[in-house]
Write a protein that binds this ligand. Structure first.
Ligand code: IPT
Length: 999
């Protein structure tokens, strides 16, 4: 092969590789330990020494004896190629894995056709059996199958050899934004069939009139002997709706065989068709599947080959600018998912895939885009079974040479091969509702060629390709049936939908970039989508934080109490670009998921769950609530619910959690999909709240029974309405409440600088204008601007400290390191049990657009619990707070902070009206004049900003408390629109007041 390097020949996509098909096959697994050598290049010679390695497994993620001294670790890059050579040339240094193992091929396989199946290998695999070359294949995310009948020796041990070349011409069309690895990444097996075998089964299962299913099964039959034997026959039948009531193969199903047409003696093609009465349609909400068995019989009537399939009856079509599933315009609440695991890199087990999809379902996602390549077929089986719409994407991304390769005839076979092989493999999955030609490869005739093939082969599904519509949503019709932009702003998509020009559905293929503390305005996107005809949803970027588990070798102690959900275990960290010495790299741009690398949901997941919730409520008069069923296909009978009442008065009255939680079972009326009904609020709830303050009513909606993706009692959403407003000035009342609790008065004490002094305050309240930059702040350019202004380094100069009796007025000037000054005034008035702090600050025009304005202070050590009345219980920010119901919550201070792999501002709680910090006998309480952004963490902003990894943080024993008059929203500027105007902190005068009390 060295004389004819197939790894530098884009026109050769495979050699003796079998066509992709949709016949599920078992066989003998070859997973496990293999002999292994990692060579520096495909031309290098083998040694006599072999290491051992796991298959499937990335060699970049495994320890093995490195006989040839080839160190090949993961490298993270967005779209730059990892080496400078131009297409189609791989670099001279080209790690190449040589794998070998034995397998006992059963004696009974003699006379049968034998196939070697390599689930996936990056990026070229060359296969051998007993030293005989059996084939070669490219495409790192589809199986290569090779007919090895001629090479195997049944009844004996056989040696299977795989050579995996890491870099190739194919790498230029696999330039996705992710870690580069190498190795065999999906299961390997060997199977046999009768010489008369099912070559492919193509199922189309739509819906006919009157609730019937329209089933067509096209079967291709071949004979390894060449010509088919005279008298072969095919049958297919569908299981009954319940396993025990198997549908008889009656006359109607006999009609399945009626349209039989044998094309020639060389290829058998049979089309079977039936109308199946009264089917239960498949949808993401109702993933109803029917078993189908297909058999081919020998002329003597015995079964030669058989396959089992699962059929979901559903339609998908585009009508005007709507994508319809079963005739209904469904919202696409999607997320992009890469194959990822923190320990194995790109190798994911069926259990891992299930856990991914279960997490998606539990948090309201109904769709997944297999960004940016076909996934293991097991994932599609799970999507069929659990109910998720799939955009199945071909493994084509020529990002670094996008324009060039999209039109390059040398790469035409690769485009066609990758798209067609995916479609041939995945066509029978009801979950696949849209095909995608790939990602970020500009747009060229190679796409049109692939689209042309696809439309001919599968006219039942739409296809999409973002590159085709990038510069004009109305262009690229040949290659995209959907306007599927990435990171478009709300104004942009609404403008298009209202322009009168829109002729296709708009579904964002990527939006709301989840890097770090992000996903600002997700609720604004959904408000726009739900109110604008033509907009149908999108796919959040992305599911995973791609942090690889890496041992920290510098002897750093494990962070105190730091091993929590979302954090790598002690002694490890989540590694990102550069952490393996990988150069060049794109840093932490791969840490951009809605779940941490251990699949712990980030706060945005709760936001999403609420936005996607099956139930919404709104007030309807004083004692009634309008309940909406937000689903497309189901009623509410699968849900249970209870009413929960939270009253702000409770928080100050010091009631225990048990007293506070007033819950009453709620009856969910039978509301059809899309419908609404009015329900009465139980009178005992409305009568309940004692004392002053606001009252909120939450409907906790849970699963009633165990489901395949959620145990009974799993929360689906927490819609909420306010049933009583604040009736009196909160600050006044706070004072009264404290008085009511019998606390003595507390004289205000200030030092010579006018700073508040108290033994429980380690650091007095001062002005804060800065936050530890989020990834959005940093990449969006704000962090640099703020640093230039010097917002992180304010110096305070007291101007005057004046006592008016008990009251102290402190005027100060804060000057940012960049030179701009801010006038600030604190009026400190003793109240019963504490001090009322009234603050005013004037932000000059020179400080337009700052991250926050408010007070920062630190407690003495010893406070470890945080109780608050406000949004929660999870983290919320001004533009990401639709999923945090208002209530009275309690949490450990150590658990408030969100442990992003790269530290940044986090842990905030939005619209907090009051809070308390407790520890031992001490209690420190704060009552705010109005709902405000508050955070309590163990970290100072400067420490967060300086750290590059979570494990570098050393938690303080004190609490760092921020009480903000205003806090800039999060936005998504790391990739996409910045924080929207209503969530910015602009110039002007800010006033905020709070009562600080100690007991
Ligand atoms: C877009 C890519 O499709 C995706 O793979 C990922 O890189 C994402 O951005 C950012 O995390 S491409 C970008 C140039 C808009």
């Amino acid at each position: 092969m060295a004389d004819m390097p197939v790894w530098a020949a884009p026109e050769i996509t495979g050699w003796r590789r079998l066509p992709a098909h949709a016949v599920p096959r078992g066989g003998i697994t070859l997973d496990g330990r293999w002999r292994f050598q990692l060579l520096p290049s495909p031309d290098a010679s083998l040694s006599d020494r072999w290491a051992q390695i796991d298959v499937p497994g990335c060699w970049t993620m495994q320890d093995f004896e490195d006989v040839h001294g080839v160190r090949d670790l993961p490298q993270y890059l967005n779209f730059d190629m990892p080496w400078p050579d131009l297409p189609p040339h791989p670099p001279a240094v080209n790690p190449t894995g040589v794998y070998e193992r034995e397998v006992d091929v059963p004696a009974e396989w003699a006379g049968r056709r034998v196939v070697l199946h390599v689930g996936a290998a990056e990026s070229v695999v060359l296969a051998r059996v007993n030293g005989i070359d059996v084939g070669m294949g490219k495409d790192s995310h589809l199986a290569g199958e090779f007919d090895v009948t001629h090479a195997v020796r049944p009844g004996e041990p056989n040696t299977i050899g795989l050579t995996v070349v890491k870099w190739s011409d194919a790498t230029f069309v696999e330039d996705q934004d992710q870690w580069w690895h190498g190795g065999v990444t999906r299961p390997v097996r060997i199977y046999s069939t009768d010489p008369l075998y099912l070559d492919d089964v193509h199922i189309s299962s739509g819906l006919a009139d009157g609730g019937a299913g329209d089933l067509t099964v096209e079967v291709r039959v071949r004979s390894a002997g060449g010509l088919l034997p005279e008298g072969w026959r095919v049958s297919a039948w569908l299981d009954g709706p319940e396993p025990e009531v198997e549908l008889p193969v009656d006359e109607e199903f006999a009609a399945l065989a009626a349209e039989r047409e044998q094309v020639s003696g060389w290829l058998g093609r049979v089309r079977l068709r039936a109308t199946v009465p009264a089917v239960r349609p498949w949808s993401a909400e109702t993933p109803e599947l029917y078993g189908l068995t297909v058999r081919v019989f020998r002329p003597d009537g015995t079964v030669a080959d058989e396959s089992r399939h699962r059929v979901g009856f559903r339609t998908v079509e585009i009508v005007g600018r709507d994508l319809l599933v079963n005739g209904v315009r469904v919202y696409i609440r999607g997320v992009n998912r890469h194959d990822f695991h923190p320990r194995t890199g790109r190798v994911v087990s069926a259990e891992d895939m299930r856990a991914d999809l279960v997490t998606m379902k539990q948090f309201g996602f109904n769709a997944v885009r297999t960004s940016h390549y076909p996934n293991d077929p097991a994932l599609l089986d799970l999507a069929d079974e659990l109910g998720l719409y799939v955009v199945d994407e071909a493994n084509v991304e020529s990002h670094a040479y996008a324009t060039e390769l999209a039109d390059d005839p040398a790469y035409l076979p690769a485009f066609l091969d990758r798209v067609s092989r995916m479609v041939r493999r995945d066509k029978n999955h009801p979950s696949v509702v849209i095909w995608s030609l790939g990602n970020e490869s500009d747009y060229g005739v190679n796409h049109d060629a692939a689209a042309g093939w696809l439309r001919g082969y599968d006219p039942t599904r739409p296809l999409q390709y973002e590159g085709a519509i990038r510069y004009d949503y109305e262009s690229g019709r040949a290659a995209s049936d959907i306007a599927c932009p990435m990171y478009a702003s709300i104004d942009d998509i609404v403008g298009y939908a209202r322009s009168g020009r829109q002729t296709r559905p708009l579904i964002l293929c990527e939006y709301s970039h989840a890097m770090g503390n992000s996903n600002g305005s997700l609720s604004d996107y959904w408000a726009a989508i739900e109110s604008t005809p033509g907009l149908q949803g999108g796919f959040i970027w992305e599911f995973w934080d791609h942090g690889l588990m890496q041992r920290v070798t510098d002897g750093r102690p494990a962070p105190d109490g730091g091993y929590a959900a979302g954090v790598a275990e002690p002694g490890y960290r989540w590694a990102y670009g550069g952490d393996f010495g990988d150069d060049p790299n794109d840093g932490n741009f791969c840490i951009d998921g809605v779940v941490f690398p251990d699949r712990t949901p980030k706060p945005v997941m709760y936001e999403h769950r609420e936005l996607a919730g099956p139930v919404r409520i709104e007030p309807d008069g004083s004692s009634r609530v309008l309940v909406h069923n937000r689903q497309h296909f189901k009623d509410l009978s699968w849900l249970a619910a209870e009413w929960e009442l939270s009253a702000s008065g409770d928080a100050v009255a010091g009631r225990t959690a048990a007293d506070r939680l007033r819950t009453v079972p709620a009856e969910l009326p039978p509301i059809p999909p899309g419908g609404s009904a009015t329900v009465d609020v139980p009178p005992e709830l409305l009568a309940a709240p004692a004392g002053p303050g606001e009252v909120w009513l939450t409907l906790r909606v849970t699963t009633r029974d165990d489901l395949p993706w959620a145990p009974a009692g799993t929360t689906m959403c927490l819609p909420q309405i306010k049933v009583r407003d604040e009736d009196r000035d909160l600050i006044t009342r706070a004072g009264e409440q404290i008085a009511g609790a019998g606390v003595g008065s507390w004289p205000v004490e200030v030092d010579g600088e006018g700073l508040l002094v108290h033994p429980l305050l380690a650091s007095p309240p001062t002005l804060s204008l800065w936050r530890a930059p989020t990834d959005n702040d940093r990449i969006g350019g704000h962090a640099a601007r703020w640093e230039e202004l010097g917002l992180h380094a304010l110096t305070r100069e007291p101007l005057d400290v004046v006592r008016h009796g008990e009251r102290v007025v402190v005027r100060a000037r804060y000057t940012a390191a960049g030179g701009v000054s801010i006038a600030h005034e604190q009026v400190l008035t003793p109240t019963v049990g504490g001090v009322l702090i009234e603050e005013t600050a004037v932000l000059p025009d020179a400080l337009a657009d700052v991250p926050r304005i408010g007070s920062v202070w630190e407690t003495a050590a010893g406070f470890d619990a945080f109780e608050w009345f406000g949004q929660g219980p999870w983290e919320t920010y001004p533009d990401r707070c639709a999923g945090g119901p208002v209530g009275a919550y309690r949490a450990d201070v150590d658990r408030l902070f969100t442990p992003h792999a790269r530290p940044q501002e986090s842990g905030g709680r939005h619209a907090v009206r009051r809070f308390a910090l407790t520890g031992g006998a001490a209690r420190l309480a704060v009552h705010l004049d109005e709902p405000r952004q508050v955070s309590v963490t163990r970290h100072r902003d400067a420490d967060l900003a300086a750290a590059l990894h979570h494990d570098e943080l050393v938690p303080l024993t004190r609490c760092v408390v921020h009480v903000d008059a205003a806090h800039r929203g999060l936005g998504t500027a790391s990739c996409g629109p910045d924080t929207l105007a209503p969530y910015l902190v602009g110039p002007g005068t800010y006033t905020w007041s709070w009562v600080l009390s100690f007991t």
